[in-house]
Design a protein around this ligand. Structure first.
Ligand code: HEM
Length: 649
């Protein structure tokens, strides 16, 4: 009886959602029936994903395996009997002349067959949720979750400003060297004092030179290179601030510079921006500020069209190339870092993919992950067309990526509990990507990068590459495949968080022309980001008024006149750490605030979108190590990767 109630309420709900109501099994025109059938099959595909995937997991390998979402979305422990039950295999759907009714009774009836009375009650909720998630996925095809399918130009998203802007002239003119004089200021307010300080800011390259070192400090928390490599990949799903061609503000280099002798300035163009109603420049990003795998699928329809394989309308797959199952080559001359016309470079969703080998390997990994899901879904759901397979696979990729960010990456970087537990979608969340995050806090990765890139072939066979050998060097991946890079990122420790950046990035970046540390400082000033102490104070922490209050007080004092001048990026990385963590309180609070907001304000965050407990459980039991292991160059060749890849020990 319960089973019939479940099925009927689902049928009713489908009717309501579709604006019809009543007898969906028997009535309606053929078109509606086909539609329902397609929708139900996609729902079923999600169930099949769980069925095929869950039994391969070791139930004890993740704490969340034994937890189930409560109706309010919170997690609560379940008995082991229950978690076993959810791993039971269901019948594979069969083709039928009346697909709607059969699929429906199988999809929703199957549960009644194996559930106890007690679990049927919760199944009622769960089945209703199925339809909700299913509906959201189908809507995503129309209104398009990522906005990729019908977008011609990349999105132009304003970066969010929370702390007030601090430009030297309020109009977006950055200040780079003592001597150049921005607008005169009147009034003796705090703002006046702050501007006075900023008018005598040190040259970014001088600050950078105060933090020169030939070696680097290895991460004392045992963090692995994945801490930066995954972070950079994540960054490239969130932020892409382009520069204008016509407004340059190159950073002057002194003729006495100890390292850069052949150039007189570091090229830097102003970021694209727009004046707001108060005539303050606000910068723009070419990405949506949500974790939605734009780095895999791109931000425009033309890119996605090519990224999908020629047979994607049947298979739902993304395009790959060569026997090694790598990214496709950019034979269409689409926008690509390193040169649009370089058809030896790979093409990914994001144009920065070839910048370095760990990043390129990570992009390739996620395309394989998409195809893993597309193949799984296609195998079990031969009736689904490729577009549906593609959509469901994309939903899985997004969900797993979000899960890894919030359950593994951010807790590893910022400490457990830094970001509040998920409490459902919040319409009023401040969802933009914060300017201070894009131009400063998230660039934390620049200090994590170590001296070299590691190729680990396993069993102690390790080789190193300099970053100069790793920049725009896709041939390395073609020769060696992914395994040595993916393993090397997990077995090699990254650097400590401090204001130091390794020489390859500080003195030799891209043809010896750039200094990433100077660019971090210059970019934050370009964006009107206030000094470190102003940001720290805005979060409720007391100012650090003495250089001795910082971890690198001597170096800071050698270049800044006052602690009120310390640039955001430098200050955050020189701030004393939260006890037991690798980050200081300001960096932690800024990143936690923004990542909580972009999660809470994302209606498509997986825990809002997919409420089926079994599907959620499968996603939550997936670790980044699982993704790496199942997408290795050959079966089981990366099984030796440890469970938490963000730490070496
Ligand atoms: C070898 C490694 C890396 C290189 C060579 C590199 C290089 C660069 C360069 C050249 C820029 C533009 C600088 C500017 O003009 O403002 C940039 C921006 C940025 N980087 Fe990195 N980066 C690396 C790793 C990372 C990592 C590991 C992270 C984070 C974990 C990161 C986060 C960012 C962010 C957030 C931006 C601003 C992006 C935007 O909005 O356009 N980077 N990086």
């Amino acid at each position: 009886h319960d089973h019939v109630v479940v099925r009927d309420s689902v049928a009713q709900r489908i009717g309501t959602i579709r604006g019809g109501g009543g007898d969906r099994d028997g009535g309606g025109d053929g078109g509606d029936e086909d539609d329902d059938s397609r929708r139900i099959q996609v729902t079923w595909a999600l169930h099949v994903i769980v069925d095929t995937y869950a039994p391969t997991r070791t139930p004890t390998s993740s704490a969340v395996t034994n937890a189930a979402p409560d109706n309010d979305g919170s997690m609560k422990p379940t008995s082991s009997a229950n978690s076993k039950r959810t791993y039971s295999r269901r019948p594979t759907p069969m083709r039928t002349s009346s697909p709607t009714s059969l699929s429906m009774s199988m999809a929703f009836g199957g549960i009644g067959d194996i559930a106890t009375n007690e679990t049927v009650a919760s199944s009622t909720e769960s089945e209703l949720y199925d339809v909700t998630s299913f509906e959201a996925i189908m809507q995503s095809q129309q209104s398009n979750i990522t906005g990729t399918t019908d977008r011609i130009e990349p999105p132009s998203t304003l970066l969010l400003r929370i702390e007030s802007a601090s430009y030297s002239d309020y109009m977006g003119c950055p200040y780079f060297a003592a001597g150049s004089s921005p607008d005169a200021t009147t009034g003796a307010s705090d703002e006046h004092r702050r501007r006075e300080q900023r008018n005598s800011l040190p040259n970014p390259r001088d600050v950078s030179n105060a933090f020169h070192a030939d070696g680097s400090i290895i991460n004392t928390h045992g963090a692995s290179d994945w801490m930066w490599a995954f972070g950079q990949f994540l960054t490239h799903d969130l932020s892409d601030v382009n520069v204008t061609d016509d407004r340059s503000c190159d950073i002057p280099i002194s003729s006495h510079d100890p390292y850069l002798h052949n150039i007189t300035s570091i090229p830097m163009s102003r970021s694209k921006s727009r004046l707001d109603s108060r005539n303050v420049s606000q910068q723009l990003s070419d990405m949506t500020p949500t974790i939605d795998a734009e780095n895999v699928y791109g931000t425009t329809s033309s890119r996605l069209d090519y990224i999908r394989s020629d047979d994607s309308a049947i298979t739902g797959r993304l395009r790959t190339s060569g026997e090694k199952n790598l990214l496709p080559k950019n034979v269409m001359n689409l926008t690509n870092g390193g040169g649009d016309d370089r058809d030896d470079f790979f093409l990914a969703g994001d144009h920065r993919a070839n910048q370095n080998l760990p990043l390129l390997a990570t992009h390739t990994l996620w395309v394989r992950e998409h195809n893993y899901w597309a193949d799984t879904i296609g195998e079990y759901m031969p009736d689904l067309d490729g577009d549906d397979i593609f959509e469901v696979a994309r939903v899985m990729v997004r969900a797993i990526m979000q899960k890894i960010v919030y359950d593994e990456y951010l807790p590893s970087l910022l400490g457990e509990g830094s970001i509040p537990e998920y409490d459902g979608y919040k319409e009023d969340a401040n969802t933009g990507l914060e300017n201070v995050v894009s131009s400063c806090a998230l660039r934390i990765g620049h200090t994590l990068v170590g001296q070299y890139v590691t190729k680990d072939y396993g069993k102690g066979d390790v080789a190193h590459l300099s970053h100069l050998e790793s920049f725009f060097a896709p041939d390395q991946i073609e020769t060696y495949g992914l395994d040595p890079f993916l393993r090397g990122l997990a077995t090699n420790k990254c650097d400590e968080i401090d204001p130091y950046i390794v020489p390859d990035l500080r003195n030799h970046l891209f043809l010896d022309k750039f200094d990433l540390l100077s660019l971090n400082i210059g970019r934050a000033r370009d964006h009107g980001i206030p000094d470190f102490n102003t940001i720290r104070e805005s979060l409720g922490y007391p100012r650090l008024d003495s250089f001795d209050d910082f971890l690198f007080g001597r170096e800071l004092a050698s270049v800044y006149g006052d602690t009120g001048q310390i640039d955001c990026w430098v200050g955050m990385n020189a701030e004393p750490r939260v006890e037991g963590l690798m980050v200081g309180p300001t960096q932690r609070a800024i990143l936690a605030r923004n990542f909580a907001n972009i999660r809470d304000g994302d209606a498509y965050f997986y825990r809002n979108l997919l409420r089926d407990p079994e599907l959620l459980r499968a996603i939550e039991a997936t670790t980044f190590a699982d993704v790496i292991r199942r997408n290795s160059d050959s079966p089981h060749s990366l099984d030796d990767i440890r469970g938490n890849v963000f730490f070496v020990r």
